[in-house]
Design a protein around this ligand. Structure first.
Ligand SMILES: Cc1cc2nc3c(=O)[nH]c(=O)nc-3n(C[C@H](O)[C@H](O)[C@H](O)COP(=O)(O)O)c2cc1C
Length: 201
């Protein structure tokens, strides 16, 4: 982590205004929802104005006002879900209406890179404990896509663990989510005020 000011830093809103965050999540069995709610709590604990929204109801990024975007998704087939993997989840008991769209599609609807100017982002996923150190998972993919869209990443892709496909979350993961969100808020604030550059891959 460098302490150099970020050369490309262009805050979308005045640096003195309170940070605004949009947390968009996708969840077939509820675990990613629960982590996303804890992430929203952690951001609010840092004084960030936070909106938490299911991807099915999320406004397009260009229509929303935020400085920090946090995306959360379940890992499906080592990546973000696709229509086919969501249908697979439905076959395993998830509610069919949850399968209509996902984070991959939401990012896919983003506009040109200018839309991301001055906007920080971070992504997390849920995944099963057996594969905790997956080289590729939903948040890895989300961060890659966000960087391509011009977002400034303020955290590495971050996993939260579930015991099995339908959960439950591993004990302690909600506290982990709150702590992670607080770090994300602090990093976004530092970037916004030009105090540091937090690179993530
Ligand atoms: C079709 C499908 C594919 C999955 N593939 C993976 C995988 O590649 N790696 C992994 O760790 N978990 C995998 N899982 C488990 C999910 O990550 C787990 O169901 C999810 O984290 C639960 O989150 P949710 O309750 O928000 O849906 C898969 C689950 C489904 C339904």
């Amino acid at each position: 982590m460098s302490t150099q000011p970020h050369q490309d830093h262009v805050p979308e809103r005045g640096a003195a205004a309170p940070l605004k965050a949009l947390v968009v999540y996708e969840s077939m069995f509820g675990s990613t929802h629960d982590v996303a709610a804890a992430v929203a709590d952690g951001l609010r604990a840092e004084g960030v104005e936070t909106e938490l929204v299911d991807v099915r109801h999320a406004p397009p990024a260009r229509e929303a006002t935020f400085d920090l975007l946090v995306l959360g998704a379940p890992t499906h087939a080592f990546s973000l879900s696709r229509p086919s993997t969501r249908q697979d989840a439905v076959r395993q008991g998830a509610s069919p209406e949850l399968a209509s769209t996902g984070i991959r599609e939401w990012i896919g609807a983003m506009g040109p890179r200018e839309e991301a100017r001055g906007r920080a982002a971070a992504a997390f996923d849920t995944r099963v404990t057996k594969v905790r150190s997956l080289p590729k998972a939903a948040s890895t993919r989300a961060c890659h896509l966000l960087a391509r869209r011009g977002y400034h990443l303020v955290s590495r892709p971050t996993p939260f663990l579930v015991h099995d496909v339908k959960g439950p979350l591993v004990a302690g993961e909600l506290d982990h989510a709150i702590a992670w969100a607080r770090e994300v808020a602090q990093a976004a604030r530092r970037w916004r005020t030009g105090d540091s550059d937090v690179a993530a891959s």
